[in-house]
Design a binder for this molecule. Structure first.
Ligand code: UDP
Length: 253
């Protein structure tokens, strides 16, 4: 089977995939059927800024096999570059992927969040998807020694897809170390998704989601998140504008 080819656009040094939601899902499905592993990243401006500052994280982002544009920041950055891109909320993509796994009978693993949260999220997912086969569950709070044990366990159980919810860059660093030893597994970092699936955190109202402003809603609800995200977004867009002007200037010279 011929696998779909990625179409990407660099933003401040990081490739972002231009698939729409369905295409991205088909891309992943093809890899699952072909028994090929993937590292899926749901990329946002914060992660790009982190990748510019932290070399290891930057390398991991560049080695990802699929960088899904998650949120209005990336959508706007692509718009500046003249590209109309559909926003793909990572949490929705992950949920669709779980649905696909339950349909196809692929075993999944869940790593991340607090113990009671992940247990409740797993329970809710099992209710939602009747045939879902969750073969590995672990919370996201562990030290270096426990991490080695967890990795060994995941390697032995070898779920087809592993969802890691520890926030960036922790989840991506965890995945990057495991994926080298698990070439047939699909990994995806899903941030705070388990909190939402457990029912502990509510997603933003429809209006914010439609506008791609879920991050903004969450930032208002959590002041610490606001301080983390807010100054970064305008700065990020200014940098994208400067990069685009520079690229166009080089082209016309
Ligand atoms: N988390 C974790 N281990 C840690 C730190 C965080 O499992 O050492 C979990 C945390 O409980 C939450 C998620 O990671 O469920 C982080 O969510 P956040 O909303 O901060 O991530 P984002 O969506 O912003 O990437």
């Amino acid at each position: 089977m011929e696998l779909m080819q990625r179409i990407t656009e660099p933003i401040l040094g990081f490739e972002v995939d231009l698939f729409n939601f369905n295409e991205a899902l088909i891309f992943v499905h093809q890899h699952l059927k072909a028994n090929r592993g993937l590292h899926i990243v749901t990329i946002n401006p914060e992660m790009i800024s982190m990748g510019n500052k932290n070399q290891e994280f930057g390398r991991i982002l560049n080695e990802a096999d699929l960088s899904i544009p998650d949120g209005v920041g990336i959508k706007l950055a692509l718009k500046i570059k003249g590209i109309n891109q559909e926003n793909i909320p990572g949490i929705e993509f992950a949920k669709k992927l779980i649905g696909l796994c339950s349909l196809e009978g692929y075993a999944i693993g869940l790593v991340g969040a607090k113990e009671e949260i992940i247990q409740k999220a797993a329970e809710n997912l099992r209710k939602e998807f009747e045939n879902l086969n969750i073969t590995y569950i672990h919370n996201g709070y562990f030290d270096a020694n426990q991490e080695e044990i967890i990795k060994e366990e995941i390697k032995n159980i070898e779920p087809k897809v592993v969802f890691v919810a520890m926030g960036a860059p922790k989840q991506e660093i965890f995945i990057s170390k495991l994926k080298e030893q698990m070439p047939h597994t699909v990994f995806i970092g899903v941030g705070g998704s388990f909190d939402v699936w457990s029912g502990k955190t509510k997603r933003a109202p429809e209006f914010y989601r439609k506008m791609g402003l879920e991050w903004f809603y969450r930032a208002i609800k959590e002041p610490s998140r606001f301080r983390r995200i807010f100054p970064a977004l305008p700065l990020f867009l200014v940098r994208v504008i400067m990069e685009t002007v520079h690229e166009n200037w080089v082209k016309i010279r």
